[in-house]
Ligand binder design. Structure first.
Ligand code: ADP
Length: 304
């Protein structure tokens, strides 16, 4: 695999606010890349710069072999972008919307009609192509927004919270379609999301905080490094259980009668459970999640 996106020292300030500060990272071709961070971390600023909508103050980026700032028209031909606000006209049909958008890329005639059909099929929308965009459900609209970004067969698709605002079932359906798109076309997906289960499936994750990279790696590596295992105890006597853990220097968090004890290894739960017999009525041992890692790294929840 080689890098489809290479970012070097990218910097952007809004007056005194340094939105991103000397960012450096790569996105491998064909990968699912998750760009995470709390609100205000600088995700949108980075994406807007990489999509050529915003000029950086300093730094460089190479996207699909094209240099940002010098070859922006070529970059726009190589990327597709889906932002949270849809760009399509509610009064036009899905197909008419896509034909209009394709024309903006200089496409026309039979090749454009074929490209529209391909994009609609990729988003499982071919049957709805004659329906007005304004009459679609939320999930169908989101799929039409994504189809719009696929007409010119981009190499990388930027997805800014593609499933936000959808109910859980629709969210899963849209997500499954995106995963199959990636599998069928090998397209690189550059994703921001507040949903852990989506980020968990990424090949690589970057956690951005206050304009800088706070951590990066595969979801598994981040979990291993930042989110240890834990033992959850449902206590009959939480006060006595807390006193015991404090005396033995365990790090833990109490919520009502439930205590969550951090462990270095899963096996450490066994002697502790033995020593605390009578202080709890049930227990569970679980591995750390990416959400735990995010919290440990940024001090904030992934979804606020
Ligand atoms: P995110 O997408 O991670 O929520 P943003 O890139 O939108 O973060 O914002 C990064 C920082 O830059 C924040 O402090 C935000 O308030 C600031 N910012 C973003 N856009 C502007 C703007 N147009 N003018 C002034 N400050 C901005």
């Amino acid at each position: 695999m080689c890098a489809l996106i290479e970012v070097q020292d990218l910097t952007k300030a809004y007056g005194p606010v340094r939105a991103i500060d000397e960012l450096c990272f790569c996105v491998q071709e064909g990968s699912l890349f998750a760009f995470l961070g709390p609100n205000g971390a600088g995700k949108s600023t980075t994406i807007e710069i990489l999509c050529t909508f915003l000029k950086p103050d300093a730094g460089e980026a190479l996207i699909a072999g094209h240099r940002l700032g010098r070859e922006n028209a070529r970059i726009r031909q190589s990327i597709g972008a889906v932002f949270q606000e849809g760009l399509l006209d509610p009064l036009l049909t899905v197909e008419e919307n896509l034909l209009c958008r394709g024309a903006l890329y200089g496409q026309g005639g039979k090749p454009l009609r074929q490209a529209c059909l391909r994009a609609l099929e990729e988003m499982h929308l071919a049957d709805l192509r004659k329906r007005r965009y304004g009459n679609l459900s939320g999930g169908q609209r989101r799929r039409a927004d994504i189809a719009r970004a696929l007409i010119h067969a981009p190499k990388v698709l930027f997805l800014d919270e593609p499933t936000t605002g959808l109910d859980p079932q629709t969210r899963r359906a849209v997500w499954e379609i995106l995963l199959s798109l990636r599998q069928n076309t090998g397209m690189t997906l550059f994703l921001t999301t507040h949903y852990l289960e989506e980020a968990e499936q990424a090949d690589n994750v970057i956690i951005l905080d206050a304009g800088a990279i706070a951590a990066s790696g595969s979801p598994e590596a981040l979990r291993r490094q930042y989110a240890g295992d834990h033992l959850t105890l449902s206590c009959t006597n939480p006060r006595a259980a807390s006193a015991f853990l404090r005396e033995k220097d365990f790090s833990f968090r109490a919520t009502g009668t439930s205590l969550r004890v951090n462990l270095s290894r899963t096996l450490d739960a066994l002697p502790l459970l033995q020593a605390m017999k009578g202080l709890y009525e049930s227990f569970g041992v679980a591995s750390g999640t990416l959400e735990d890692a995010f919290l440990a790294i940024t001090g904030k929840e992934l979804r606020e």
